[in-house]
Design a protein around this ligand. Structure first.
Ligand SMILES: [Mn+2]
Length: 438
């Protein structure tokens, strides 16, 4: 039997076509040319950064590589032009018969100029991509390159995942789960961050550059640096905080687990266990119609109760949150949209026409302020950390009596806890894409 995403792909392209036609009509364009991107070459060097496809292009087709063009017009089959140079320095794989091919008028050309020639002169076209100068050379006016009104509509649509995208994200979660299982095994054997990272890659079966983001493999106190990427070689950690995802057909999973070994503080063990329950309670809240912010606010209150119960602070619930006691322990947003990008676009978008819903001033790092709707995929990832820099001002501040500094001193060595799952919003509630696998 073919993979589930294969069967769902034609409907996905059809949906893209319908949405693109509506967006073009609403913003006064007749055609849309999307470029897959050009490589970024480091200054004064002949090396390129790892190539990342323009998300608008990846939304249509999982064809890798730079310079490709996609041309969309109302009522016409989309035209896909692949740039495949004659080259013996880099591998240029033959196209073969990928599942997505039948949905396009497909052409293959040796260079970018030939690709633009295939697209031809499109009247009243908009261009989306990272090299507007190339589009302008073809007669597309500067104002029609990445026009914000059109981009806003397409970004808005990206938040609602098609059945094909959900199947891809299911697979990305499954792959990530395999990596996490392998990584946990390595941690329990006393392996180093570097070795755990390598086991993770083996578990997923991918190259490091194929990960959706640079993995965070943090033993002990390293977990208190939210985006720690050191991967040091010391062994036998007591706590592992591992934030690693996987990719499938361009779609990401973003999963964090925290594992505790022997010899940890009792209060830390309690927080570790408790945060897992907090995370599940937050997941249970997810349903269409609820502002995402409500989950973030609930996370602060639940974390306050957890910290109070573990003896770290002396107030709980709303009272602790209002006193600002939870912020130093939970200084990031409770989650973000997920899809082709790890922090998928549109989490703060106000309407299809654009605009922004800013986060409340006390939560500047909250990436999602939109109302929850069916078809969205986002993460729920509460955390509790012991970050010296954030706790320092409280140590001598007016509320210093509300913390147990003696206990906190011991907890610094444990870094922190974060638990992160990927959730699909359904009609009635949610489906957790991650928990079935890890
Ligand atoms: Mn995340």
């Amino acid at each position: 039997m073919a993979d589930p995403h294969v069967k769902l792909y034609p409907a996905h392209v059809q949906e893209r076509q319908t949405k693109a036609e509506a967006a073009l009509a609403a913003t006064g364009f007749d055609a849309l040319v999307i470029q897959s991107g050009v490589p970024f070459t480091y200054y004064s060097d002949d090396q390129d950064a790892p190539f990342k496809t323009t998300p608008h292009f990846a939304h249509w087709v999982p064809l890798e590589g730079p310079q490709h063009l996609l041309c969309i017009r109302a009522g016409k089959k989309p035209l896909l032009v692949r740039v495949k140079p004659e080259d013996y320095w880099y591998e240029q794989t033959p196209i073969g018969a990928p599942f997505w091919l039948p949905e396009f008028d497909f052409k293959e050309v040796p260079d970018e100029a030939a690709a633009w020639k295939e697209v031809g002169v499109q009247t009243n076209a908009a261009y989306l991509g990272d090299t507007p100068a190339a589009a302008q050379k073809q007669g597309i006016a500067a104002a029609c390159c990445n026009p914000s009104a059109l981009v806003a509509r397409l970004d808005w649509d990206r938040a609602r995942k098609s059945a094909y995208e959900i199947a891809c994200m299911d697979e990305a979660s499954k792959l990530g789960g395999r990596g996490h299982l392998a990584a946990r095994g390595a941690f329990l054997e006393g392996k180093s961050e570097l070795e755990i990272h390598q086991q993770y890659l083996l578990g997923v079966g991918c190259l490091e550059k194929e990960l959706p983001y640079e993995s965070i493999v943090a033993l002990d106190a390293h977990g208190a640096t939210l985006h720690y990427t050191g991967k040091r070689t010391q062994r036998n950690g007591r706590v592992l905080l591992i934030d690693c995802g996987a990719k499938f057909q361009g779609y990401a999973s973003d999963i964090t687990r925290t594992w505790a070994g022997r010899g940890i503080e009792r209060a830390f063990a309690e927080i570790h266990k408790g945060l897992d329950l907090v995370q599940l309670e937050l997941c249970k809240m997810v349903k269409p119609g609820l502002p995402y912010l409500a989950i973030h606010e609930a996370a602060h209150e639940k974390i306050a109760d957890l910290l109070k119960h573990a003896g770290v602070i002396k107030l709980g619930g709303k009272e602790a949150v209002e006193a600002g006691l939870t912020h130093p322990f939970f200084p990031h947003g409770v989650g973000h949209f997920l899809g082709l990008q790890v922090h998928d676009i549109g989490g703060r978008q106000k309407a299809p026409e654009g605009g922004t819903i800013p986060p409340p001033p006390q939560y500047p790092y909250l990436r999602t302020t939109r109302t929850i709707e069916e078809g969205q995929v986002f993460t729920i990832e509460p955390g509790v950390y012991f970050i010296e820099m954030l706790l320092r001002p409280h140590r001598e501040g007016p509320k210093k009596e509300l913390f147990d500094w003696e206990l906190i001193k011991f907890l610094f060595a444990h870094g922190g806890v974060r638990i992160e799952d990927n959730l699909l919003v359904t009609k009635e509630g949610h489906r957790n894409l991650t928990r079935p696998h890890i």
